[in-house]
Design a protein around this ligand. Structure first.
Ligand SMILES: Cc1cc2nc3c(=O)[nH]c(=O)nc-3n(C[C@H](O)[C@H](O)[C@H](O)COP(=O)(O)O)c2cc1C
Ligand code: SF4
Length: 502
C-alpha cells in the first residue's frame, strides 16, 4: 500500500516539477519577450503593449488563412480596407509589394478604376523623371519642385511631437513637402529639414494678432524661414466644411500656446470662416496681401460643394490680371480625414474628390488658368491607382494625410479624437508616444512616398507615357452600373479655353 502511495507521490512530484519547469520557461519567455518588445524600435504596438501586442501580428498573419470565415473581408473595412492599408504598410517598410496568384479585387463594382495599357509600353530605358513644376511665377520666391506625392495638412496638436518629427525627417529624405496644418509652425516641423507649406487656418494660429486677425510681422517671420516654401489659406477641409473648432484650455499647454500665439490654459475658438473673407473680391485681396507680405506662392484649400463661386472668382482674376491669381488650389475630398468633426459634416457635406476635381480642373481650363494655378488633390488617394486617376483628371500634385499616418504605424483604431492613440500618432500621452520611434518611422514615411511615386510611374509607363503628369483622362476608365467601363474623358469631357488647342 505504502509502495503504491509512494509511487503515486513520485509521479505527482515529477509532474509538478515538470509543470513548475514549464511555467518557469513560460514566465522566462514572457519576460524575454517583454524586454525585447519594449526595446525594439520597429513596431509601435509591441513597444507600447509588450507581449500582448504580438497577438495583433499573429492574427494579422493568420487572417490570411482564416479571413474568409470572419466578417471583414479584404476589401470591406472603412474608411480604408485591409488591402489598401496593407499596401501602404508594405510600401512604407520597403518590403515586396507584389501579390501572388491573381487579383482579389472584384472588378465589377461601380466606380472601379481601370487604366488602359498601351500595346507598346514605355521601355524602362526611356522612362523620364517627373519634371519639376513651378508654383507662383509672380511671387518674389516661386517654388520649384519635382515632388508628386506630399504630406497633407495635419497640425502639431492634432498629431504628436514624434509624429511631426518623423514626417518632417521623412519628407526631407524623400524630397517632398510637408504641410503644417492650421496649428502653426512648430520647431519640430523645422527640425526635420523638409520643405514646408505653412497653413493659415481661420484662427490664424502662429500669425495672429490679439484680435484674431492676421499679424503681418509674424507672417514675415514665418515666411523668413528658408524651409517655408508656400502658404496655404484654408477655407475649408473635406471632413468639416463650414465648421471651426475649439481647442480646450486643458490642451493649450505652454508649448502649444507659444506656437499658436494664444494664451495658455484658455479655450481657443477657431471661427468657422475667415471673418474677413466673404466674397471672391475679399478672397483675392487676402491672397495678394499674404503674397505681398511673405513673398511666397499663396494658394487656398477648399472642399467643393457649390461651385458657381469658382466661375465668379476666375472671371474676377481675368479682370484684375492673371498675376493676382492664387498660385494653387488644394481640392480636398468630402470624405477627407480630421482629428475630430461632427459625423453629419463628415458623412454628408462636400463632394468627393472624384466629382470635385474635374469640376475645378474644367473651370480652370475654361478660363485659361490651368498652369497658372496649380491643382493639388487630396482625399483617400493613398494607393497608386487612386492617385494616378487624380493625375489623369488633371491634378498636378497629390497630398495625403492618412496614407502617411499609416506609414507612421496607424492601425485605424479610430481614437484620434481621444488621447489614447495606441500607436503614438495622435496622442500627447508620453507613454504611448514612446511607441513611435522617430528615426524608424521617418524612414517609412520616405519609403512610402518613394514607392507611391514609383508605382504611379509603373501605371503611367504601362499606359504608354514616360512620366505620370502626361497621363490624360482617356487613360483611365470607370466601371458603370451596367458593368461596363467608360473612359474618364467621356464621363468628364475635357474643356479647353476658347481659342486654345486641346
Ligand atoms: C489627424 C488629422 C489632422 C488634420 N488637420 C488638418 C488641418 O490642420 N488642416 C487641414 O486643412 N486639414 C487637416 N486634415 C485634413 C487632411 O489634410 C486631408 O485634407 C484629408 O485628411 C484628406 O486626405 P487623406 O484622405 O489622405 O487623409 C487633417 C486630417 C487628419 C487625419
Ligand atoms: S487613434 Fe487609431 S486611427 Fe487615430 S492615428 Fe491612432 S491608430 Fe490611427
Amino acid at each position: 500500500m505504502n509502495e503504491v502511495f509512494s509511487g503515486t507521490l513520485n509521479i505527482v512530484q515529477t509532474l509538478s516539477a515538470i509543470l513548475v519547469f514549464l511555467l518557469g520557461i513560460g514566465l522566462l519567455s514572457v519576460i524575454v519577450m517583454y524586454i525585447v518588445d519594449v526595446n525594439q524600435t520597429e513596431h509601435a504596438i509591441r513597444r507600447n503593449f509588450p507581449v500582448i501586442g504580438r497577438f495583433r501580428y499573429l492574427f494579422e498573419t493568420l487572417g490570411e488563412y482564416f479571413r474568409q470565415y470572419f466578417f471583414a473581408q479584404d476589401r470591406e473595412e472603412m474608411p480604408f480596407n485591409r488591402a489598401q492599408r496593407s499596401w501602404v504598410y508594405r510600401a512604407a517598410k520597403g518590403i515586396d509589394n507584389t501579390v501572388a496568384f491573381g487579383s482579389t479585387r472584384d472588378l465589377r463594382p461601380v466606380g472601379t478604376l481601370i487604366f488602359v495599357n498601351c500595346p507598346y509600353p514605355v521601355l524602362e530605358t526611356d522612362v523620364a523623371p517627373t519634371a519639376a513644376l513651378e508654383i507662383g511665377p509672380n511671387a518674389r520666391q516661386p517654388y520649384v519642385t519635382d515632388s508628386l506625392f506630399n504630406v497633407s495638412a495635419m497640425s502639431y496638436g492634432a498629431i504628436s511631437k514624434p509624429a511631426v518629427l518623423a514626417l518632417s525627417n521623412g519628407s526631407r529624405m524623400a524630397g517632398i513637402w510637408m504641410n503644417t496644418g492650421e496649428g502653426g509652425l512648430s520647431p519640430y516641423h523645422l527640425e526635420g529639414g523638409a520643405d514646408i507649406v505653412f497653413q493659415i487656418g481661420t484662427a490664424k494660429y502662429g500669425v495672429r494678432n490679439e484680435d484674431g486677425g492676421l499679424d503681418d510681422e509674424k507672417l514675415r517671420e514665418v515666411a523668413g524661414h528658408d524651409q517655408v516654401k508656400m502658404i496655404e489659406l484654408k477655407l475649408s477641409q473635406g471632413a468639416k466644411p463650414g465648421k471651426g473648432g475649439i481647442l480646450p484650455g486643458a490642451k493649450v499647454t505652454d508649448a502649444i500656446a507659444k506656437i499658436r500665439g494664444i494664451p495658455a490654459g484658455e479655450d481657443s475658438i477657431s471661427p468657422n470662416r475667415h471673418p474677413e473673407i466673404d466674397s471672391a473680391e475679399e478672397l483675392l485681396n487676402m491672397i495678394n496681401h499674404i503674397r505681398d507680405v511673405s513673398g511666397l506662392p499663396v494658394g487656398f484649400k477648399t472642399v467643393i460643394g457649390a461651385y458657381g463661386w469658382l466661375e465668379e472668382l476666375f472671371e474676377l482674376i481675368l479682370q484684375r490680371g492673371i498675376e493676382c491669381a492664387p498660385d494653387f488650389i488644394t481640392v480636398d475630398s468630402g470624405d477627407g480625414g480630421t482629428g475630430a468633426a461632427p459625423m453629419s459634416l463628415m458623412d454628408n457635406v462636400g463632394l468627393p474628390i472624384r466629382e470635385s476635381l474635374p469640376i475645378v480642373v474644367d473651370r480652370l481650363n475654361k478660363y485659361g488658368l490651368k498652369g497658372r494655378i496649380r491643382v493639388i488633390a487630396s482625399g483617400k488617394l493613398i494607393t497608386p491607382a487612386e492617385a494616378t486617376a487624380a493625375l489623369c483628371v488633371g491634378a498636378d500634385f497629390i497630398n495625403s494625410a492618412r496614407g502617411f499616418m499609416f506609414a507612421l504605424g496607424c492601425i485605424q483604431a479610430l481614437q484620434c479624437n481621444k488621447n489614447t492613440c495606441p500607436t503614438g500618432v495622435t496622442t500627447h500621452d508620453k507613454h504611448l508616444q514612446r511607441g513611435l520611434v522617430v528615426a524608424d518611422k521617418a524612414e517609412r514615411v520616405a519609403q512610402y512616398s518613394k514607392n507611391m511615386h514609383k508605382e504611379i510611374g509603373i501605371i503611367a509607363h504601362s499606359c504608354g507615357v514616360d512620366e505620370p503628369r502626361k497621363l490624360r483622362r482617356f487613360h483611365c476608365r470607370m466601371v458603370q452600373e451596367n458593368g461596363r467601363s467608360v473612359p474618364l474623358d467621356e464621363l468628364y469631357p475635357d474643356v479647353t479655353a476658347p481659342g486654345k488647342a486641346a
